[in-house]
Design a protein around this ligand. Structure first.
Ligand SMILES: *[C@@H]1O[C@H](CO)[C@@H](O)[C@H](O)[C@H]1NC(C)=O
Ligand SMILES: *[C@@H]1O[C@H](CO)[C@@H](O)[C@H](O)[C@H]1NC(C)=O
Ligand SMILES: *[C@@H]1O[C@H](CO)[C@@H](O)[C@H](O)[C@H]1NC(C)=O
Ligand SMILES: *[C@@H]1O[C@H](CO)[C@@H](O)[C@H](O)[C@H]1NC(C)=O
Length: 558
């Protein structure tokens, strides 16, 4: 082979290579389009750049680029065929899914490549079928028919039918559907269906969009719901401060609650921590933002600090200052309560203990019972005179002749009728006793250990007035007055010790009186018992009439 031949060959190869490369580069690739389509419907596709252009079939080659490349014909009887830039699917089947490519060779020699990816789906409520949703705050919503459907109808002189949630809603030959004063009820899937005729056959193509109706936002001046001026806190303990702000209805993005401490955002300050959240109430759609300031350990400086709760709405900002206050300790309160209780108990005890003293003290000022009767004696004193041992007799004698008169008569000015002392000899005993009893306001019975043990006061004896045993008749008359006529109050005084069997041996009348009021025991041996202001005498005086027949000296009352 000569050199010139070889060079020619090399030149030819290079030229050919260059040529084919140039040829490839001249083809312009346009962005791939993609559609999800419903099985059974028709689809009329024209690439964006070729819309409204009437181009002849010869300039185009369409093929399906699946696992292998299949050429598409221009034969109208084929379910998939093309005319110029338009690709027809007359009845979509799942096997039609795939990538379709068009090569457009212009008369100038330039070429363009268009491609469309088709996916055929079986169910009409597959959300993959939806075109872009309509989600704006407009009051009247415009639902536009998706472009390919709209274009099909326009080009093929088809008719529009609108469906809402797959139910026919409007037969309206418009490619836009208006929903006026949209409410939540208008939400749903709107389908634009184009019914078009091609080669005397009717075809359907549809496209759907979702309509979303957002609640209307109502901005209000923020209102701080939670934080109050002063909050109690314990030093050394943690506390959470709540800043809760209401900003209006449906204003999620425009409602912010926050805290700052002395005007400083505390992310820089130690020991504070904040958590925030925004809540929209389910029904009212009220928007409330809450910021919780967590103070891990309240320190002395926190009681001086100003915690500011800030509520930020879309147009306005409000704030409230919160300060901490030391919580009063509960201990002094408890101590105080215990003291008051103790004092009350103490006072009650005191009153109970000194009840008699108090009664005696106040008696002159509040003479409750005005026994301003005509009776001459304050008390008629009866006691046993016989059947006693020597010791009892002595102490009885001392009591009756010395102690009793010295206190009640001399100090208090009472007038006593003491049996055995005040009887006038020779007087008729029966008459005397009865008369003196009538003249007395109290019956003072002095009980002695031997009382009733002898034959002195038995009911039999008492019931026989002829038996003028000393004491017997007095008892009887006295008890009669006290029990039957209830004219006399009885004062019972016990001398010495009580009998081992109690008072059960005494006549029933007397036992009844003893049950009503216990006898006052004469503490003969105790020091100071004889003093007029001893406890014993106070108790006796308490039972005596308030004002003596002959008035008690004021100084002698207490
Ligand atoms: C077919 O598709 C494949 C992958 O998408 C691509 O690489 C190839 O160039 C395509 N063939 C034609 C002839 O378009
Ligand atoms: C087109 O849609 C209508 C209403 O859904 C239906 O009655 C009709 O049969 C459909 N036509 C074709 C060819 O699918
Ligand atoms: C904060 O205060 C608001 C309003 O008083 C109340 O509804 C909310 O439950 C409080 N949050 C906390 C965490 O205490
Ligand atoms: C703030 O509180 C969160 C949750 O309560 C906690 O995880 C975080 O550690 C706290 N941060 C500080 C600095 O205390």
């Amino acid at each position: 082979m000569d050199t010139s031949r070889l060079l020619f060959l090399v030149f030819m190869v290079i030229t050919t290579a260059e040529c084919s490369e140039t040829d490839e580069q001249q083809c312009e690739n346009y962005d791939q389009q993609k559609y999800n389509l419903l099985e059974g419907e028709a689809f009329y596709f024209v690439p964006y750049n070729l819309l409204y252009k009437n181009l002849i079939d010869k300039e185009f080659t369409w093929y399906k680029n699946n696992s292998q490349i299949e050429k598409i014909s221009t034969d109208d009887s084929e379910m998939v065929h093309y005319h110029g830039g338009a690709l027809f699917f007359l009845k979509l089947l799942p096997e039609n899914s795939g990538l379709y490519t068009a090569r457009h060779t212009k008369p100038s020699g330039e070429c363009d490549i268009y491609s469309v990816k088709v996916e055929v789906l079986k169910t009409k409520n597959d959300s993959a079928l939806l075109y872009g949703e309509i989600n704006n705050s407009d009051q009247n919503k415009k639902v536009t028919c998706p472009d390919p459907v709209s274009y099909t109808c326009e080009t093929m002189k088809g008719e529009f039918t609108w469906y809402k949630d797959f139910v026919i809603c409007e037969i309206d030959n418009e490619d836009d559907l208006w929903v006026y004063n949209a409410t939540k009820d208008n939400e749903g899937i709107y389908t634009c269906m184009c019914t078009w005729t091609y080669n005397h056959k009717v075809y359907n193509s549809s496209g759907s969009r979702r309509l979303i109706v957002k609640d209307q936002a109502i901005h209000r001046k923020p209102v701080i719901l939670s934080a109050t001026g002063e909050q109690f806190a314990d030093e050394g303990f943690g506390i959470k401060l709540n800043c809760s702000v209401f900003c209006g209805t449906n204003v999620e993005g425009d409602c912010h609650a926050s805290w700052n401490v002395n005007g400083i955002t505390f992310s820089q300050t130690d020991g504070y921590n904040e958590t925030t959240k925004v809540d929209i109430e389910e029904r009212s759609k009220n928007t409330i933002s809450t910021a919780i300031l967590n103070i891990e350990k309240v320190s002395a400086k926190d009681f001086q600090a100003k915690f500011i709760c800030i509520g930020m709405g879309s147009y306005q900002t409000v704030s409230v200052i919160v300060t901490l206050k030391r919580r009063e300790s509960i201990i002094p309160l408890v101590i105080g309560g215990v003291c008051v209780l103790f004092f009350c108990v103490f006072a009650a005890g005191l009153v109970k203990f000194f009840a008699i003293d108090l009664a005696l003290f106040f008696r002159p000022y509040f003479p409750l019972s005005h026994n301003k009767d005509a009776r001459v004696y304050d008390a008629y004193v009866v006691y046993q005179m016989q059947n006693m041992d020597k010791v009892t007799e002595d102490s009885l004698c001392r009591f009756v002749t010395i102690n009793l008169p010295s206190v009640l008569e001399e100090k208090c000015g009472y007038r006593l009728f003491i049996h055995g002392r005040d009887d006038i000899p020779g007087e008729d005993r029966l008459e005397l006793v009865e008369d003196r009893m009538k003249q007395s306001r109290r019956l003072m019975v002095i009980l002695t250990p031997g009382l009733g043990s002898g034959s002195v006061i038995t009911d039999q004896h008492l019931s026989s007035p002829e038996n003028s045993e000393i004491g017997g008749f007095d008892w009887q008359v006295g008890l009669h007055y006290a029990l039957v006529q209830r004219e006399m109050t009885v004062i019972l005084i016990q001398l010495g010790n009580t009998e081992p069997q109690g008072y059960t041996h005494l006549p029933p009348g007397l036992q009844h009186l003893i049950r009503k009021s216990a006898p006052i025991r004469w503490p003969e041996d105790s020091r100071g018992a004889a003093a007029w202001n001893s406890r014993f005498w106070k108790r006796v005086r308490y039972l005596m009439p308030a004002t003596p027949a002959k008035k008690c000296e004021q100084s002698a009352i207490i």
